[in-house]
Design a protein around this ligand. Structure first.
Ligand code: FES
Ligand code: FES
Length: 162
């Protein structure tokens, strides 16, 4: 039996995309396999680890829990687009300076999730940062340095210091 295919038309990182996709293909597989955007990673494939985090119409979602077919007419932004736009340059810099990554597998998802918290402005507490990042798993760095990096950027953006 051949897989059902649907046509989708969406904006990915500001560029229009028109493709035919298998109806059951996930958004993260579509981004990686069909569009070559491999910055979004695939870990657990069932919504637990956060490695597949992308933005859908401005809100972060798990790319493994959304079907590409559901994104018809939507705007999708991946780590490549957000990074190229310079939106998270300070977060990327802080992660590097504070050794908040080792293998980097979780990092794109961590960065997009952290940015989702910080883009509201203000300086979240370490507790709030931990809570917000709690759906993103890191198997090698440990979370302390990641929280340090996010906190440092929150403070810098607010023009504050502790
Ligand atoms: S791969 Fe999507 S949450 Fe783990
Ligand atoms: S840096 Fe390796 S999983 Fe987080």
């Amino acid at each position: 039996m051949s897989a059902r295919v649907v046509d989708v038309s969406l904006m990915v990182n500001g560029e229009p995309v028109r493709e035919s996709v298998e109806a059951r293909k996930t958004l993260v597989d579509f981004l990686r396999d069909d569009l070559g955007l491999t910055g979004s990673h695939v870990g657990c494939e069932h919504g637990v680890c956060g490695a597949c985090t992308v933005r859908l119409d401005g809100a972060i979602v798990r790319g493994c829990l959304v079907l590409a077919a559901q994104c018809d007419g939507a705007r999708v932004d991946t780590i490549e687009g957000v990074s190229d736009a310079g939106e998270i340059a300070d977060l990327q810099d802080a992660f590097e300076k504070r050794n908040a990554l080792q293998c980097g597998y979780c990092t794109p998802g961590m960065l997009l999730t952290a940015q989702a918290l910080l883009q509201h402005g203000g300086v979240p507490s370490r507790e709030q940062i931990r809570e917000h990042l709690s759906g993103n798993y890191c198997r090698c760095t440990g979370y302390h340095a990641i929280v340090d990096a996010v906190e440092a950027v929150a403070l810098a953006r607010a023009g504050a210091s502790r």
